[in-house]
Design a protein around this ligand. Structure first.
Ligand SMILES: [Zn+2]
Length: 278
């Protein structure tokens, strides 16, 4: 008699139908709903054990195996824990590796807790692994947005129950995990930076040089190469010059006058004659 393979040996009920043979899923851990739980139901060697190569004889004397296989159809249980209800949503992730990219996807069904845990883990990983490539910069936000659909589907589910193992711990919300900072930093920069630029812009506008008009008095708080003219009341002791003339083409200032910088001309190039007050 042939030795049955360990774990799937022939029992008193005959060999399992081919579709019941546990298959390793594409994702190694954790065990899927169809994995045989260790030690749950060791198949005792039976006296009628047929060789596993032969198909089972259909008939009333061949009942289904007794271990916990969720019934097929009518809404599958969670792929991680077997709980119900479960939503058939696919969670995605992305990794940019400079030249190469990896598109990750984990199809459901997921129960509420396993789905939320998977969404948070894959989105969090994508947040720091996703950006490192020229195309990935665009694919990563798209992937994160795409995950919002499954996330909403999981949130609508009732509390998971009836699985063969406890559901996964959903863990911290995505925005409370360190990779979320990678999203918060640019958001904060925009939120703080834009008002800061507006304020700086207003300050610069306020410090624009005054446009001199004939008859005004000024004082110069800089030197003549880098003038800093401040309009001052002519009666004040601090007034140094009177704007005596707006210099047009062909005109000249009186002897002893100074020339104001063109930045005080209003148009950026007109000079004014500044006559010393004393
Ligand atoms: Zn689950």
């Amino acid at each position: 008699m042939a030795t049955p393979p360990p774990g799937y040996g022939a029992g008193p009920y005959g060999p399992y139908p081919p579709q019941q043979v546990p298959q390793p899923g594409p994702y190694a851990a954790p065990p899927g709903p169809y994995a045989v739980q260790p030690g749950s139901h060791p198949p005792p060697p039976g006296p009628y054990a047929p060789a596993s190569a032969y198909p089972a004889q259909p008939g009333p004397s061949a009942p289904q195996p007794a271990y916990a296989v969720p019934p097929q159809g009518a809404g599958d249980g969670c792929r991680v824990c077997g709980c119900r209800p479960a939503a058939p949503a696919t969670v995605r992730g992305h990794q940019g590796l400079l030249v190469v990219m990896r598109f990750l996807s984990l199809p459901g069904p997921f129960c509420r807790d396993c789905g939320t845990a998977t969404y948070r883990r894959m989105s969090s990983d994508t947040l720091w692994q996703g950006w490192w490539g020229p195309l990935s910069v665009f694919i990563t936000p798209f992937t994160l947005l795409l995950n919002l659909g499954p996330r909403a589907a999981f949130r609508r589910l009732a509390e998971p129950a009836g699985g063969f193992r406890p559901p996964l711990d959903p863990g911290k919300p995505l925005w409370r995990r360190p990779p979320a900072l990678l999203l918060l930093v640019p958001a904060l920069l925009v939120a703080v930076g834009v008002p800061a630029l507006v304020v700086v812009g207003l300050l610069i506008r306020e410090e624009a040089p005054p446009v001199l008009a004939v008859g005004q008095c000024v004082r110069n708080t800089g030197d003549w190469k880098d003038q800093d003219l401040v309009v001052t009341d002519c009666g004040s002791a601090r007034a140094q010059f009177r704007v005596s003339k707006r210099l047009t083409t062909g005109a000249a200032c009186a002897a002893g006058d100074f020339l104001s910088d063109p930045k005080y001309g209003g148009d950026g190039w007109t000079l004014n004659c500044l006559t010393p007050l004393r």
